[in-house]
Design a protein. Structure first.
Lengths: 128, 126
């Protein structure tokens, strides 16, 4: 196995923001995978009855719980917006370097604005 | 190369298993589904007046909501499994690679089954 050819890897590339986006796509994917635990915990608690669900909301309503939800919302938005970028690339759209540079800035804009909106809407105290 | 040799190299994890296209397509199909279902979930949760037990239970019991919630849970577990597989194949080496792939697959199936069963229980009111 050690004799097999190796693809170009992180260690030999100069840093670029488009590259950071690519790394973040994986990182946010991993965070969202961990978020599956939160999803299943929520579903199991809701199925388990009022007491069980009460323990879940007590945890979710704490500062740490709200921070986790805030992180998951922003992470989802990033993975979604950047994922659309990847899907467009798969279709052969936006592959030129200036386009890729413009689209990563658009993704960041969507994540920042969307996160602010959703934090306010879902976590901002409109619901208890 | 004979078929036997190809089978051996596959077992040893060398060369193509000829399943790449299926993985690629499933990853993108689940991605599109998750984008739509994820936005639906966020908007649906945002539109609820409260997130207490009675409200949430009534919301998740509605057939349409239970259906989309089940699809979201299944697609999320599937997409997560596909992504985790790629990450493991890229970064984990030696005997830890097949071991990690196995553990990842088991955990994803477990989470998917638990999530779906919970949704069914809620929908049936049991």
């Amino acid at each position: 196995m050690s004799q097999r050819p190796l693809s170009p890897h992180l260690g030999i590339y100069r840093f670029a923001y488009t590259m950071a986006m690519s790394i973040l796509h994986r990182a946010t994917g991993l965070v969202l995978s961990a978020g599956l635990l939160v999803l299943v915990a929520f579903l199991a608690a809701l199925a388990g009855g009022a007491d069980h669900y009460g323990r879940f909301t007590a945890l979710a309503g704490s500062w740490a719980g709200r921070a986790v939800f805030a992180l998951l919302i922003a992470t989802f938005l990033f993975h979604l917006a950047n994922g659309i970028r990847h899907l467009l690339w798969d279709a052969g759209i936006g592959l030129e370097r200036p386009q890729a540079r413009r689209s990563w800035k658009l993704v960041v804009l969507v994540v920042v604005a969307g996160s602010a909106l959703l934090w306010w809407w879902l976590l901002g105290g409109a619901h208890t | 190369m004979s078929d036997d040799t190809q089978a051996l190299t596959r077992v040893l994890g060398r060369g193509s298993a000829h399943e790449g296209a299926h993985h690629w397509r499933a990853q993108r199909l689940t991605a599109i589904a998750l984008g739509l279902l994820g936005i639906w979930l966020l908007v649906a949760l945002g539109r609820l007046p409260d997130h207490d037990y009675v409200t949430m239970r009534a919301w998740a019991t509605a057939l349409w909501n239970a259906t989309l919630l089940a699809l979201f849970t299944a697609a999320a577990c599937w997409h997560s499994q596909l992504g985790m597989q790629v990450v493991i194949e890229d970064y984990v080496q030696g005997w830890l690679r097949p071991a990690s792939l196995l553990v990842s697959a088991f955990i994803h199936v477990l989470l998917g089954a638990a999530g779906l069963l919970a949704i069914v229980r809620i929908a049936l009111g049991s």
